[in-house]
Design a binder for this molecule. Structure first.
Ligand code: COI
Length: 354
């Protein structure tokens, strides 16, 4: 792999005590192009602007998919990637749905290893830090005919991060707009899903809510996700989360929490969840915890749910499943707890750099 190192690292001039999520990028990026029916060689370059044609299909038709993944530093100063195989499988599932050619495994995996080895100092070992990794593929053919592109660009950029959300999480049930329709691309990590969520989210923000609860596109009766997170309800001693469908993104954190909960003897149900059931459950006190999961947030408690004009506050409890499962997940991610499930892998470079 061709690697061009930056001549001026931004590492020393970066303020690691102030990292609003996704705003600071590490020194290097990976780029690889698909042309004439095949993926070419990947290359690592200093992070910086790229040149694309104004006629690039991604700009007109949004043919683009991405991933969100995280790396952590353990106490031996080694960089650990969390469940990279799952992100690899998911970017290709998303790619297939968006008519994008799948990325070969060696490009994705070696690309991560080399990029993260080179920028390993951007991944801090201190408590609360991780390196957020954003692999993405976009349509780069020039032409405004509404058809799948013939050329694509795959890139990986990384961003040192701390918290995604600050403060309370008060959410409102959305009964008009929808994140993803049945038969649509909701289960793919398609860029357009996020673009479509911004307008309804802004309206909710203006009313003082941090996020929305997305409901199904047909009746707005069933709960799907919250903001960019999968959502969970603790009903007594059981955890309940919406079952996956073509309008729900299958989170890797969701799947990890399902596994950890089961291994802790917590009963878990994946099923359709009615909005009315949640409203009544919070009022009657059967629902004692609500939280969201996602790569960026890990596990995030939800403090209140507003349905129509009624704000239902979820009181904080002493023995919280969200806190327990988050601590266990983060312990594995940072190499502090034994990784019995083989979820982490060390970043190892195969290239000797001068
Ligand atoms: C994630 O949490 O997995 C995400 O990709 C969130 C992102 C849209 C910032």
């Amino acid at each position: 792999m061709k690697i061009t190192k930056t001549s001026i690292s931004r590492l020393k001039s970066t303020d690691f005590s102030n990292l609003p999520f996704g705003t600071v990028f590490s020194d290097h990026m990976l780029i690889c192009n698909f042309k004439d029916g095949k993926w070419g060689p990947a290359e690592i370059l200093p992070y910086g602007p790229i040149s694309i044609s104004p006629g690039s299909k991604v700009l007109h038709y949004g043919q683009s998919v991405f991933e969100g993944m995280k790396a952590f530093k353990n106490s031996n100063n080694e960089v650990l990637l969390f469940r990279k195989e799952e992100n690899y499988k998911r970017i290709n599932r998303s790619a297939v749905r968006l008519s994008i050619p799948e990325i070969p495994e060696d490009i994705f995996m070696n690309g991560l290893d080399e990029l993260l080895s080179l920028d390993n100092e951007w991944c801090k070992a201190d408590e609360g830090y991780s390196l957020y990794i954003r692999p993405f593929i976009f349509a780069s053919s020039e032409g405004v005919k509404a058809s799948a592109s013939e050329e694509y660009t795959f890139m990986i950029i990384t961003s040192p991060s701390t918290k995604y959300y600050e403060g309370e999480m008060n959410v409102v049930v959305e009964e008009h707009f929808t994140r993803a329709p049945k038969g649509g691309v909701g289960s793919a990590k398609a860029a357009g899903n996020y673009a479509a969520s911004f307008y309804p989210t802004k309206q909710a923000n203006a009313k003082g809510f941090q996020q929305l609860i997305w409901t199904d596109s047909i009746e707005h009766k069933y709960i799907e996700e919250s903001g960019t997170m999968n959502i969970w309800f603790r009903v007594g001693d059981k955890l309940v989360t919406p079952e996956l469908s073509d309008s729900i993104l299958g989170g890797i954190t969701r799947e990890s929490i399902l596994t950890l909960a089961k291994n802790n003897g917590i009963k878990v149900e994946q099923r359709k969840i009615l909005v009315s059931e949640v409203v009544e459950g919070i009022k009657s006190g059967i629902i004692i915890e609500v939280f969201g999961t996602g790569t960026a947030v890990t596990v995030n408690p939800i403090n209140s749910i507003t349905f129509r004009d009624e704000k239902l506050v979820i009181p904080t409890i002493e023995y919280s499943y969200a806190i327990k499962l988050k601590q266990e997940l983060q312990g594995i991610q940072k190499g502090k707890l034994e990784d019995k499930l083989g979820w982490t892998s060390k970043v190892v470079s195969k290239v000797s750099l001068s």
